[in-house]
Write a protein that binds this ligand. Structure first.
Ligand code: NAD
Length: 513
């Protein structure tokens, strides 16, 4: 038996002991092998999901292609109304879904609820956007001509997601893709498949209540091999993939090979620059939450602190003291700050990082270690660690998906800190803590941070859905969620209309017959 109302939550969400993993909406297909989902919270089996077979994929895809024909001609504001209802269902089921996220993935219950709130927020955003999918009009060089551009639905959007945001990333994509007139096929992470089952049931209910066909929201399950059904499939014009840089390079290459579009949201190696003008109290709160929140398993987690030498010891001491206050344990218990890592492989990677940083000459100022004993039976609980290091250490250059924070010292001007911040392969999130206007503006300028996200007096983790989310370099270059990120889910068309009785050619070309 499980605690914290997990059983009730699973029941409310319709998640069973064994779940079919392939769905076109209300219809589910039996599938092949099963994936067992164990909770990192207590090591218990939560449930099983069957994986998608090739035949089932084909059947699902033909349903999706059929559904697209109906969905794309429904006026966008009407599609928005369906997404509004989906957001209402999420409001109703926020607590059980937040609980399942927390129990299956291991993040705190508050963060689980926060993830569902992001889903609700993107639905609201998408509803408004459904009346605004606008192109531009331009002046034609030809007399009596009108020229404009419009956005049309794209087709089947394939979504491949990571374990660490097992529900929000799907909705960032679907809420926009749906109002844009696309149908979606989702392959959740094989490490959090039950979250996928729960979400699919919520969406399917709304589509069915609106008498919409099967195939607008589809689910497939399995590991990378099932992901490859989609990445190699020409019928899927856009693949939105979230996960490691290693995965993104393979997916980008595979989709590029067939000239499909890919939206890649990959790893980060995020830093906060702490200048002599920083508010130390704010810095410590931002850095600790950024480094240990979600047990260091956010793509925007703070991995590096780049601290000016004049305040280095002060910041270090404050951090060590703050780490001493952290309570680690069951993330469903709101008294705990830090929950478990996703699985034992992640624990091994964490231990490896701590070994490597010492081998390379680093110094652990907060030691870390794997926790054992009562409450830690899953073997996935670790102590957040802090190491003094150099930016060019191999391990510092690498994204370790765990709560390991590296302290790096800089001297002189803020430019030196910006060079260190930019001196990694990844380019997702970055921040500066300073009350100095010149430093802040330098950091945000053309010569500043090279990341997709650059914050002032805020940490690196936690973004709002209103802005476009994503990063540069090895982070993959994709943008999703707010701003004009919707455009990638549509195809752009330029239209020119001649309302005269002449046929003048562009560029003044004469062609007399
Ligand atoms: P992962 O790369 O192991 O897996 C991600 C997904 O890709 C899974 O669904 C997996 O089955 C699938 N996949 C793997 N190889 C594939 C292939 N060859 N073809 C098709 N699909 C394939 O990542 P993970 O461990 O689940 O997640 C952690 C990583 O995700 C971290 O690097 C983190 O920074 C990144 N992440 C990035 C963002 C972002 O928005 N930039 C958000 C969340 C997580």
């Amino acid at each position: 038996t499980t605690s914290f109302g997990i059983e009730e939550a699973l029941e409310q969400l319709g998640v069973e002991e064994v779940n079919y993993g392939t769905s076109t909406g209300t219809k589910w297909m039996p599938g092949g092998e099963t994936i067992s989902s164990y909770s990192p919270v207590d090591g218990k089996l939560i449930g099983k999901v069957t994986t998608t077979t090739r035949e089932e994929y084909e059947q699902m895809m033909s349903t999706a292609l059929e559904a697209f024909k109906a969905w794309r001609v429904m006026p966008a504001p009407q599609r928005g109304e369906v997404v509004r209802q989906f957001g209402e269902e999420l409001r109703r089921l926020k607590e059980p879904l937040g609980k399942l996220v927390s129990y299956e993935m291991g993040k705190s219950y508050q963060e689980g609820l926060g993830e569902v709130q992001e889903m609700i927020d993107i639905c609201d955003f998408a509803v408004g956007l459904s009346r605004q999918l606008h192109g531009l009009t331009m002046h034609s060089e030809r007399p009596g001509h009108r020229m404009y551009e419009q956005y049309h639905p794209l087709g089947v959007v394939g979504i491949i997601s990571a374990f660490n945001f097992p529900v929000a990333v799907w909705s960032w994509n679907t809420a926009l893709a749906w109002i844009c007139g696309d149908v979606c096929v989702w392959k959740p992470s094989e490490k959090a498949p039950l979250c996928g089952i729960a979400c699919q049931k919520i969406a399917a209910k709304v589509f069915a209540e609106n008498n919409l066909p099967e195939g607008i929201s589809c689910l497939i399950n399995g590991d990378y091999k099932v992901g490859e059904f989609m990445t190699t499939d020409k019928r899927v014009p856009l693949i939105s993939a979230t996960g490691s840089t290693r995965m993104g390079k393979i997916v980008g290459r595979t989709v590029g090979e067939r000239l499909g579009k890919s939206l890649l949201e990959l790893g980060g190696n995020n830093a906060i620059i702490v200048t002599p003008d920083a508010d130390i109290k704010m810095t410590v709160i931002g850095a600790v939450f950024g480094a240990v929140g979600t047990c260091g398993q956010r793509c925007t987690s703070t991995r590096r602190l780049i601290i000016h030498e004049s305040i280095y010891d002060k910041v270090k001491d404050a951090l060590v003291a703050a780490y001493g206050q952290l309570s680690i344990g069951n993330p469903l218990d709101e008294n705990n700050h830090v929950g478990p890592l996703i699985d034992k492989d992640a624990v091994a990677m964490y231990e490896n990082a701590l070994r490597k940083v010492v081998e390379e000459g680093g110094n652990l100022v907060v030691e870390g270690g794997v926790l054992e004993g009562e409450g830690y039976e899953s073997g996935c609980y670790v102590k957040p660690a802090i190491a003094e290091a150099q930016n060019d250490f191999e391990i510092v250059q690498h994204e370790t998906f765990a709560p390991v924070l590296y302290l790096l010292k800089y001297s002189g001007d803020v430019e030196n800190a910006i060079d260190i911040q930019n001196g990694v392969a990844q380019g997702l999130s970055s921040a500066i803590m300073t009350n100095n206007l010149r430093e802040a503006e330098r950091f945000l300028s053309h010569a500043g941070s090279d990341c997709g996200i650059a914050n002032v007096n805020i940490g690196t983790s936690g973004a709002e859905i209103g802005g476009a989310f994503g990063g540069e370099k090895d982070t993959g270059g994709g943008r999703e969620s707010g701003s004009d990120a919707w455009k990638i889910y549509m195809r752009r068309q330029t239209n020119t209309i001649n309302y005269t009785t002449e046929l003048p050619l562009a560029q003044g070309i004469k062609f007399d017959l």
